[in-house]
Design a protein around this ligand. Structure first.
Ligand code: FES
Ligand code: FE2
Length: 367
């Protein structure tokens, strides 16, 4: 895999001091089956105790490396279902059949947080895990603002998925018969305004005279703002206004104006490995609740069809990348601005992280 430019002196492919979306909080019930997933090549198990509190640990039994996610929750412990080794929530082994006392081993514990309907795990130095770093999303449990959610996986490097999200001009081509029509807009004909801030990139744009889906011939102005935040969070807000609103606002943000309807999307890209990526997404509509519920079901069908289209394109692209010499030149076009800023952001953050780790190691060796 030669897709990411190597950072000098740093072989890593992932940000580690970071909160990653592990999955949807609704998928874990108190005292229920633990969930095992791989995040940046680290096998992690997450479970809820009987009180509903989340716990996360290395998904690897220190006996013969069976995944603890195949185990069971017993009170405040998790038990490996191969030979019964049992661990407290602080990672300490407290029981092993035929052994008294229990073996003196611990498993790695991960900081874990539930926020905006996602489970987030911190994969780096525990001392640096700060919940305030978690970017804001919407959450899918608000009855006033229903959202539908799902998760899929791509056989592709995570940056190809990020590229796709940071350049939505592809909607006109990859999603010509799905999302493009549902949005009523032409995404490749105008460029968004793009601003880069520390740790995030904001894209904003108007679509003037967009079709109002389902209302033949009716036109609206649509305002879209979307944010890409590290390590791979994508939050989109769309709002439809009467025709002429974009001009009224002089093509700037429609502050204080009530839209005809809104849509929201929350999406997370979580690297599993260098060749596989998880994608957790939810879509929602805001407006008249009963009508929205019907439309939302239809919209989810469109979104799922569209993400399957993305998957086919991204995986096919990955297969070509795998056959391509990294030195092969690529054409740079205006659509690349978002993906370019995103890659620079990730590279800079990885370099900062690498430098911090190095400085800590030097300090420690000097003591
Ligand atoms: S592998 Fe877990 S107890 Fe043997
Ligand atoms: Fe797409």
């Amino acid at each position: 895999m030669s897709y990411i430019r190597k950072i000098e002196g740093c072989d890593d492919m992932f940000l580690r001091n970071s909160w990653y979306v592990f999955g949807w909080a609704k998928d874990l019930i108190p005292g229920g089956k633990p969930m095992g997933r791989v995040v940046i090549e680290q096998p992690i198990v997450v479970w809820r105790d009987a009180q509903g509190m989340l716990h996360a640990a290395e998904d690897r039994c220190p006996h013969r490396h069976a995944p603890l996610s195949m185990g069971r929750i017993k009170g405040n412990t998790i038990q490996c279902m191969y030979h019964g080794m049992t661990f407290r929530t602080d990672g300490r082994c407290v029981h092993m059949p035929l052994m008294d006392p229990a073996p003196d081993v611990t498993i790695r514990i991960y900081p874990v947080v539930e926020k905006d309907s996602w489970i987030w795990v911190w994969t780096g130095d525990c001392a640096l895990a700060d919940e305030s770093f978690i970017p804001a999303a919407f959450g899918i449990d608000d009855v006033e603002r229903p959202m539908k959610s799902n998760s899929i996986e791509y056989d592709a490097h995570y940056q190809l998925v990020h590229d796709n999200l940071c350049d939505l001009s592809h909607v006109d081509f990859v999603h010509d018969t799905t999302l493009r029509q549902a949005s009523g807009a032409h995404w490749s004909e105008t460029a968004p305004r793009i601003q880069s801030n520390r740790g995030a990139i904001r894209f904003q744009r108007w679509f003037e005279g967009a079709d109002l889906p389902g209302q033949s011939g009716e036109k609206v102005d649509t305002w879209i703002t979307y944010d890409f935040a590290l390590p791979g969070i994508f939050i989109l807000k769309g709002a439809r206004y009467p025709l002429g609103t974009a001009q009224l606002c002089q093509q700037t943000e429609p502050v204080g104006l009530e839209p005809l309807m809104r849509n929201i999307e929350q999406q997370a890209v979580t690297p599993i490995s260098k060749t596989r990526t998880a994608y957790h997404y939810a879509t929602g509509l805001i407006g008249d609740t009963r009508e929205m519920t019907r439309q939302l079901a239809e919209r989810m069908d469109v979104v799922m069809a569209a993400f399957e289209e993305d998957r086919q394109m991204i995986e096919a692209q990955q297969r070509i990348w795998d056959l391509t010499d990294p030195a092969t030149p690529k054409v740079f076009v205006p659509q690349d601005k978002g993906p370019h800023l995103m890659r620079r952001l990730i590279e800079r953050s990885m370099r900062d992280e690498h430098d911090t780790v190095k400085a800590t190691e030097i300090q420690a060796s000097a003591v």
